[in-house]
Design a protein around this ligand. Structure first.
Ligand code: CP3
Length: 344
């Protein structure tokens, strides 16, 4: 069992263990070998051919020496498996008809798990190929984040006005859609665990778009259901609710084993408002990482201090960024971050 899994299970880390460390979006954005593969294959092909998806998942293990491998896939596969038409264009992924254009079509969405067989095959290959110390991390998008994309589409308005107004105006349809996403995610996550995921992260990139009260009262129960069904299998879960701020205090050990902390938050402050048994993950600012090594080193050294101080807590700390690696980041900067963390 590797250091990421041990940390989340609150097991002791031995002297010869590495420090637990991975980067959100470590595979698909900056590695030269990934960018090279993208010259020959579309993103869709890389994701849907299990041999290729497994190969891409392994790149950061080999090139960055992280000890977590995040499945190479995307959160948008759930909308696709629910029946929406999705195209990965040069400008990024696009739905042919976001649900705000025809809200009643929400009632006709139906989950087809057979569209996701390639994901399970990828995980089976990886289970055979991963070194022992590397933890296989499965993932999917959280209900609110997936809801936002399904209803609004993938434009650049990240306040999601079409999605949030439907959220309030069409309460019945909203609940139907959140329920469908939740049920599909539960089935998908459990299937990932059966295929070999040892840790599961739920990405809630847009958790911060609702007022905190609505988030905790309406959304969090769906999140909790997904996470609880994964925890029942014995696999620990990390929840990454970006932009939640002080409402992070609602994320107790009842909900998740680990909390992914965004770059907006002060890690020590989050540490003071969540229970000590929750593992904290994060939270270097990916823009600082993009700026280059001299600009990231002081922040990294502070993070290493935090890590050392947190080792006394049952839930400890996993190194990561406070959001995904940004395109254009130098691989060398990521490599230096890993070296410094492991040598200290
Ligand atoms: O390291 C990895 O890249 C692992 C696999 C991974 C992808 N997407 C591949 C991807 C993971 C973990 C995701 C999660 C994801 N996808 C999130 C949550 C994390 C976050 O960054 O907030 C979200 C919001 C998405 C939705 C999504 N998929 C967007 C907005 C885009 C376009 C912008 C972008 O990220 O490039 C995608 C496409 C996507 N997902 C690509 C990759 C490698 C780019 C595809 C291409 O080459 O065109």
């Amino acid at each position: 069992m590797g250091p990421i899994e041990k940390t989340l299970k609150r097991l002791p880390i031995s002297a010869d263990d590495e420090k637990p460390l991975w980067f959100m979006r470590q595979a698909g954005r900056v590695l030269p070998r990934y960018l090279k593969l993208r010259e020959s294959y579309s993103f869709d092909t890389l994701m849907k051919e299990p041999e290729l998806a497994a190969k891409v998942t392994l790149l950061p293990i080999e090139d960055l020496k992280v000890n977590g491998a995040i499945l190479f896939s995307d959160i948008l596969v759930i909308p696709e498996a629910l029946g929406m038409e999705l195209k990965f264009t040069d400008a990024g992924p696009r739905f042919s008809s976001p649900l705000s254009q025809a809200p009643n079509s929400i009632e006709h969405l139906s989950f087809d798990d057979s569209k996701l067989q390639h994901v399970y095959k990828t995980l089976e290959i990886l289970t055979r190929e991963l070194p022992q110390k590397v933890t296989m991390i499965g993932f999917c998008g959280a209900p609110l984040t997936v809801f936002c994309y399904m209803v609004q589409g993938l434009g650049s308005d990240h306040d999601f006005p079409a999605a949030v107004s439907l959220f309030y105006k069409e309460e019945k349809l909203r609940n139907i859609l959140l329920e469908k996403i939740t049920q599909a995610s539960i089935e998908y996550a459990k299937h990932q665990v059966a295929a070999g995921a040892r840790v599961f992260q739920l990405f809630d990139t847009w958790a911060g778009i609702l007022p905190a009260k609505d988030f905790t009262e309406i959304i969090l129960p769906y999140v909790q259901r997904i996470l609880a069904s994964i925890r029942e299998t014995g696999v620990p879960v990390i929840y990454f609710p970006r932009g939640l701020g002080l409402a992070n205090s609602a994320i107790t050990f009842e909900i998740a084993d680990g909390l992914g902390v965004d770059w907006q938050s002060d890690l020590a402050e989050i540490d003071s408002i969540v229970p000590a048994d929750i593992t904290l993950q994060g939270n270097l600012d990916p823009r600082r990482v993009k700026a280059g090594w001299p600009f990231v080193q002081p922040a990294l050294d502070q993070l290493i201090e935090f890590h050392i101080a947190r080792r006394a807590k049952p839930g400890k700390h996993i190194f990561n960024l406070g959001h995904g690696v940004i395109p254009g980041t130098k691989m060398e900067t990521l490599q230096k971050i890993v070296q410094r963390i492991q040598e200290k």
